[in-house]
Design a protein around this ligand. Structure first.
Ligand SMILES: [Zn+2]
Length: 714
């Protein structure tokens, strides 16, 4: 039971009672209010007397208000079970994007912003966050083409921006709604765990006796890891690489248009445009970083392949080639054979629900937080409609109110939502979505954030809870880390709230937290054998294991050791895979000329680079050309905002490893350092220069050494 004072948050949670019609209506209302505001500012304020408080402040405040509704309007497309609502969400998001492009290209308001910028960019009477807002807003108008003289070129730029926004939304929609799969006989699925096959759709008629394996993670990963039939793994691998071919053209169109837009703005390419305001500043810095890493990792990757080939040879008698569809299988087998890493055994100690509780406890101790689950009557009590169901978008969703602990002042922090299991039409990966950002209201009070974790872990059954593999534990902790970043952030403007930092920093806090999942004391603390969750589960365990004794409740030391000892096994190949994504991303965004990007065969480049970087064989090793698959069409990142930014996953590891090694490694549960981190890093969001945040926390400039040491390539 939560203490009574934690029962009633000072701010009601958002309601999820929208209909397709209300989404449309609300969107129109928000947009016309915003337009009215800008029209009024333009009519009332003259450039000579324009000041921050009359131009940027009211616009920022309207942004704050608008974001309370707009994020949720766009959120339904990722989570609603109602296709009409998903479509309306997609449509209204398109409309909002179009409007915001329109608004950010208004010459009249830019004239005023420009005047304020000239007058007040160094005005010490403005607080630092407001000065940053002024600088960033001004720059974003310039980047939206207002530096291009009005006329044909500017109109073309505007049309490109609109089209790019449509492309991004359609691309993601195609991915979310992808529902392909392949029929297999039980023999073809030999080795795939029973808890996966038992959940597959059974065939009738011509497919009688077969099972339908989809490309969703809970089907895909276990098949790639455990299916003993190479032909099946190959089919599934190729099927997955070709599951969303409708996106091939959209991807191509996007990279061509991005290049054209960058050139219209006077940049040599899209990467230069994207990276100038990031921590890396220039594509050359990124290319050098990735190139150096590739050189350092390549020998390790080859060694790993040689060992994996030996294993394949021992298993099958032949191993001239080591294929992409072999990799997860032999990687898993090696970990089990050579390192006694039994993923399924380990998963028995990570039931989803108790793991989440354990993770929240870590955040409580480290950051001085308090999570209160809101169930049943309590939901109705805080719901503005009086109905408990209205505060969630689906009955499976869990809600928490989050508070500061006593030492932190017992104040309200925000709402956390967990939406954990797959559903038709639901976003297919694991990610954190901001539902409502925090900011300072016009009257000076604080608006508190609401943030959601959307994941796809298998559903519990009466006989067995949902169990997490160790890598899923890491993913969950990582995504929760984004959620915590989103919750504890305290900025003046919603624009800088939480994870609204530069792309090449945003992953660092979550990546740093992943280290907790590789620390013995933390693994032990998180673990709880599933048979201890309830009497029914205890009975089910005894029946299934044919024993009358339960195993130890916490994970035994030898299992923990096996996890730790395997952290870097085949790690060069893992990082080379990340490099492949990063280098492909850079390649398509820094072509030598516009003609080069128009002529580019992105699929062939994607597959060729993969071969060149990882040295793992694909169908090309069997005599096919490089057009055997379209992985870029399934790669939401490069369309959804990580364009010329995927390298950030690797480069922010430099920062995260540095922070972990120098501050938390000796004691990950050091509450004093945890609170210092919370207030100096997480709380700042994007409200100050990220390098400044990092250097202030470290007390020095960041170093790449810990990262290279951790990879064993220093
Ligand atoms: Zn992340």
């Amino acid at each position: 039971m939560a203490p009574a004072k934690f029962k009633k948050p000072p701010q009601a949670p958002p309601l999820f009672t929208h209909t397709p019609e209300s989404l449309m209506k609300n969107t129109d209302r928000l947009l016309s209010k915003n337009k009215g505001l800008i029209d009024r500012i333009v009519a009332d304020v003259k450039p000579e007397s324009a000041e921050f408080k009359d131009v940027l402040l009211p616009m920022a405040q309207d942004d704050n208000e608008m974001s309370l509704e707009s994020h949720i309007i766009g959120f339904y497309q990722a989570v609603s079970t109602d296709a009409k609502l998903r479509n309306a969400s997609t449509e209204t998001e398109k409309k909002m994007d179009e409007y915001s492009i329109e608004a950010s290209m208004r010459e009249d308001i830019f004239g005023l912003v420009d005047a304020v910028f000239r007058k007040q960019k160094d005005d010490s009477k403005l607080d630092a966050e407001s000065r940053r807002l002024l600088e960033k807003d001004h720059k974003s108008y310039v980047r939206m083409g207002l530096g291009i003289p009005a006329g044909e070129k500017r109109d073309r730029f505007k049309a490109i921006k609109k089209r790019l926004s449509e492309l991004s939304i359609t691309f993601q929609k195609n991915l979310n709604e992808e529902s392909g799969g392949i029929w297999f006989t039980p023999e073809e699925l030999d080795g795939v765990p029973e808890d996966v096959t038992s959940g597959l759709k059974k065939g009738e008629g011509e497919n009688a006796g077969k099972m339908y394996l989809t490309f969703k993670y809970p089907d895909l990963f276990p098949t790639q890891k455990y299916c003993k039939v190479q032909a099946t793994r190959k089919k599934v691998f190729l099927g997955n690489e070709n599951k969303c071919n409708a996106n091939v053209e959209l991807f191509k169109e996007a990279i061509v248009l991005r290049d054209e837009a960058a050139r219209l703005l006077g940049y040599p390419d899209h990467a230069t445009f994207r990276i100038e305001d990031k921590m890396a500043k220039t594509p050359a810095t990124v290319d050098d970083f990735l190139g150096d890493l590739k050189k350092r990792l390549a020998p390790g990757g080859d060694k790993e392949i040689a060992k994996l080939k030996e294993l394949k040879k021992a298993e099958t008698g032949e191993a001239d080639q080591y294929f992409l569809w072999d990799h997860r299988f032999y990687d898993t087998l090696m970990l089990e054979r050579d390192f006694q890493l039994d993923q399924n055994k380990i998963a028995e100690y990570f039931p989803l629900q108790s793991s989440i509780e354990g993770m929240l406890k870590i955040f409580e101790e480290l950051f001085g937080l308090h999570f209160v689950k809101i169930d049943g009557e309590d939901r109705a009590a805080i719901s503005e409609s009086g109905k408990g169901d209205d505060i969630v978008w689906h009955q499976d969703v869990q809600v928490f109110s989050v508070w500061d602990d006593e030492a932190e002042g017992s104040g309200f922090v925000g709402y956390l939502y967990l939406d954990l299991h797959p559903r038709d039409g639901k976003y297919g990966h694991a990610a954190n979505f901001n539902l409502q950002p925090g900011f300072i209201n016009e009257n000076g009070t604080r608006r508190y954030p609401a943030t959601a974790l959307v994941c796809n872990f298998s559903k519990p059954t009466p006989k067995k809870p949902s169990l997490l593999k160790h890598d899923e534990v890491v993913t969950l902790f990582h995504e929760l880390g984004h959620g915590i970043h989103d919750l504890v952030s305290r900025t003046i403007y919603s624009r800088f709230h939480g994870t609204s930092t530069v792309r090449d920093f945003v992953e660092a806090p979550s990546q740093m937290l992943e280290n907790w999942c590789w620390t013995p004391s933390q693994i032990a603390g998180l673990s709880k054998h599933w048979s201890y969750l309830s009497d029914d589960y205890a009975a089910a365990y005894k029946a299934s294991a044919n024993t009358d004794r339960l195993p130890a409740e916490a994970m035994p030391d030898d299992l923990i050791k096996s996890i730790i000892s395997t952290r870097h096994i085949n790690d060069a190949l893992f990082n080379l895979r990340q490099l492949h994504f990063g280098m492909f991303d850079m390649s398509v965004h820094e072509p030598k000329s516009h003609a080069a990007i128009e002529d580019l065969d992105a699929s062939a480049l994607y597959n060729r680079l993969r071969k060149e970087i990882s040295h793992i064989d694909g169908p090309e090793a069997l005599g096919e050309d490089y057009n055997w698959g379209n992985g870029q069409a399934t790669f939401g990142h490069l369309i959804g905002g990580y364009d010329a930014g995927y390298y950030g996953y690797l480069s922010s590891q430099v920062y995260s490893t540095d922070m972990f090694y120098s501050v938390f490694k000796k004691d990950p549960m050091d509450g004093k350092e945890g609170r210092r981190y919370r207030h100096m890093v997480l709380e700042k969001g994007g409200s100050q220069d990220e390098m400044q945040t990092l250097e202030a926390f470290l007390g020095r400039k960041p170093s790449t050494k810990p990262f290279l040491e951790e990879l064993g390539v220093a």
